[in-house]
Design a binder for this molecule. Structure first.
Ligand code: NAP
Length: 237
């Protein structure tokens, strides 16, 4: 297994939900974590229980491309390397087909697809340096299938993100970069709080983080391209 000590993992949307759980878990494993969020105060508050010299907080807003560039540059300036990138930041507009506006679609495209693409492009040269770079794309089961009439625009954006994921997987393999998509069903976070589904039955963000933290430590010879994780008895794949 790869030893994370001395390696740097970037996590977007690290201030709450799945991103916060991933950031905390990576850090516990020994990664130095470079965290990006829209609201720096909220991000700093979310890490205050465990912050140390291996944590840095940065402004990242997918609607403002320059913030991504600055985040990558300041990570390289301060840590001297980037070994991992976790594209977690995402939004879900759950409108049905008749209410799905182009504006809502554009927002999801910007945050769920274009933001990750830019961060990947800007970190790839750094990720290639060690020959053991890692990318995690937090997609969704909505990137694998369309669940009846549920959230078609979100599913469109996550299908696009999964296409990006596989494109990057192929393009970066020869540089030793291994790319994993985590595709969960319901996870108990703010995003699912209005779904009317019992939070008790939902995936816990800490369990998802535990899984991802193990996968990114696997050697280059054992790559996991997609993790499908669900709390329901639906057929996957
Ligand atoms: N919860 C689920 O059931 C579930 C299932 C499958 C996949 N996912 C995916 O998991 C990821 C995290 O979701 P979550 O459940 O943790 O949701 P969440 O609690 O709503 O958190 C979303 C995160 O994305 C950030 N974000 C939103 N818009 C952004 C922007 N323009 N620029 C930068 N960051 C932005 C949010 O920042 P702010 O705090 O500033 O809004 C927040 O940190 C998303 O990609 C989501 O699609 C979630």
């Amino acid at each position: 297994m790869i030893d994370p000590h001395g390696r740097v993992m970037m996590v977007s949307g690290a201030n709450r939900g799945i991103g916060a759980a991933l950031a905390r878990r990576f850090h516990a494993d020994g990664w130095a974590v470079s965290l990006g969020a829209r609201n720096l105060d909220q991000l700093r508050e979310s890490v205050q229980e465990w912050v140390d010299e291996n944590v840095s907080c940065h402004h990242y807003d997918a609607f403002e491309p320059a913030t991504g560039t600055e985040w990558v540059e300041s990570t390289v300036d301060s840590r001297g390397r980037v070994d991992g990138l976790t594209n977690n930041a995402g939004i879900g507009h759950m409108e049905d087909l008749s209410d799905l506006s182009e504006e809502l679609l554009d927002e999801m495209w910007a945050v769920n697809v274009k933001g990750p693409l830019r961060l990947i492009q800007e970190t790839l040269p750094q990720l290639a340096v060690s020959g053991e770079g890692r990318i995690v794309n937090v997609v969704s089961l909505s990137g694998k299938r369309v669940k009846g009439t549920f959230a078609p625009g979100y599913a469109m954006s996550k299908h696009a993100m999964l296409a990006l994921h596989h494109a990057v997987r192929h393009a970066s393999f020869e540089h030793g970069i291994r790319v994993t998509a985590i595709c969960p069903g319901y996870v108990e976070t703010d995003m699912t709080s209005s779904f009317g589904v019992d939070p008790e039955i939902m995936i816990k963000a800490a369990d998802l983080a535990e899984t991802v933290a193990t996968i990114v430590r696997l050697p280059n010879t054992a790559t996991v391209a997609e993790i499908l994780m669900t709390c329901e008895p639906e057929v996957l794949g």
